[in-house]
Write a protein that binds this ligand. Structure first.
Ligand code: SR1
Ligand code: MG
Length: 393
């Protein structure tokens, strides 16, 4: 397969940025701009361009295939358009939680953004024994503001229909429907697991109760068009660090974004929180990472409740708000469980577990917790109940 647009190589980046007007008024030559590739995620290429005396920039380009698989797994580069669109929506309500986007080149599916290389990927920080800092609060605020602004509470009915139409992201949604919400529960060539959980992987494929609950979450994912979501909000989609003595958290990579269930982003994040907790517990004794679920929820709920009086459609009354938030909470726990399970028996695994000297015990514990969250999500009323469940394993 070949691309019908310009695929950027490191040597093209200085000229490309100049063409896009990024260095207008700056005197430096292309040879004064150092470029290196930092592609790390599964799908795209990322380059950092650093001029000798200027502001460094990141260029992210979507290839017409999955980067880690190559042309044998084709994928439309329009995912970059979904990402640019999501950044625009978040920038309107929570600009401090995302990188600054300088340019989107829709012809070549390339975003030029703030360089975040001075920050670190949250998953790496956690794997090295660090803590979450303010990440969970930032996630709660990000989800609440994006959810409210792009829901039927924050938009007129007609605007919402337009948003749903412009935000369809069928290929990337299909990845989630398959990789997270189907394949781990059927035999599939993508699936693989650590030998110590081969029995659980087989049991989960035969587990009718689990299958029905996953079907419910899958259908909600497909049909529950509540608000624009990030769509892949795991600890590898968050950078953290310090700038001039102030803690900075940036949520990036919203290319899976579409109008879906509000609980999906919280759930993906919590699934990754729980896996990080499982790793930390094995290495250092009981870790406090499970507090992060309460922190995220608290930030989300208080932000959402604060926005509620500004809703456009007051037919939705305060009693309905309580019902809505309960549903978000319950959905989120289910998606957390599904995320844990797919990261252990599905296609894309996590360094949190894979890099442990013996991944077996933590992997097993996380996999058991994952199933409990899916099956019993409606019986867990609050973060304390989730913590109690986790502590039982
Ligand atoms: C082929 S894509 C595999 C996974 O990588 C992305 O980051 C998403 O999490 C997706 O499920
Ligand atoms: Mg990603």
């Amino acid at each position: 397969m070949t691309a019908d647009y310009r695929i950027l190589e490191p040597g093209d980046i200085p000229g490309y940025l100049r063409e896009r007007g990024m260095f207008d008024g700056n005197p430096f030559a292309d040879s004064d701009i150092e470029v290196h590739e930092v592609s790390d995620g599964n799908l795209n290429r990322v380059f950092i361009a650093t001029p000798r005396d200027g502001r460094s920039l990141a260029v992210k380009q979507a290839l017409p295939w999955v980067r880690v698989a190559g042309p044998s797994w084709p994928m439309s580069p329009t995912r970059a358009t979904a990402e640019a669109r999501a950044y625009r929506r978040v920038a309107a309500v929570a600009p401090e939680t995302i990188p600054v986007v300088h340019d989107y080149d829709a012809e070549n599916y390339a975003l030029t953004m703030e360089n975040l290389s001075d920050l670190r990927v949250l998953r790496t920080v956690l794997n090295e024994g660090g803590g979450f800092g303010g990440a969970s609060t930032a996630v709660g605020i990000f989800v609440a503001r994006l959810a409210f602004a792009t829901s039927d509470f924050g938009m007129s009915s007609a605007e919402r229909k337009a948003l749903i139409a412009e935000s369809v992201n069928p290929e990337l949604c299909k990845i989630t429907e398959d990789l997270i919400l189907a394949e781990p529960y059927v035999g599939h060539e993508h699936n693989h697991w650590h030998e110590s959980v081969a029995d659980l992987a087989a049991a989960y494929r035969d587990d009718r109760e689990l299958r029905t609950e996953i079907a419910d979450l899958r259908h909600t994912f497909m049909a529950g068009a509540q608000s624009l979501v990030h769509g892949d909000l795991h600890t590898g989609s968050i950078m953290t660090g310090d700038r001039d003595g102030t803690e900075v958290v940036r949520i990036f990579d919203p290319e899976f974004s579409f109008v879906g269930p509000v609980g999906f982003d919280l759930g993906l994040y919590w699934g990754n929180v729980i896996v990080a907790e499982t790793r930390a517990r094995i290495l250092d004794g009981p870790a406090d990472h499970t507090h992060e679920i309460a922190r995220t929820w608290q930030a989300f709920e208080s932000e959402f409740r604060a926005l509620w009086p500004t809703r456009l459609d007051t037919f939705f009354d305060d009693a309905y708000l309580d019902r809505f938030l309960t549903r978000v909470w319950t959905d989120a726990l289910g998606y957390a469980g599904a995320e844990i399970i797919r990261r252990i028996v599905g296609f894309a695994h996590l360094s949190d577990l894979d890099s442990l000297p013996d991944p077996g015990p933590a992997t097993r514990r996380a996999l058991l917790i994952g199933r409990e969250l899916v099956i019993h999500r409606a019986d867990l009323p609050d973060p304390r109940a989730v913590r109690k469940l986790i502590d039982q394993y």
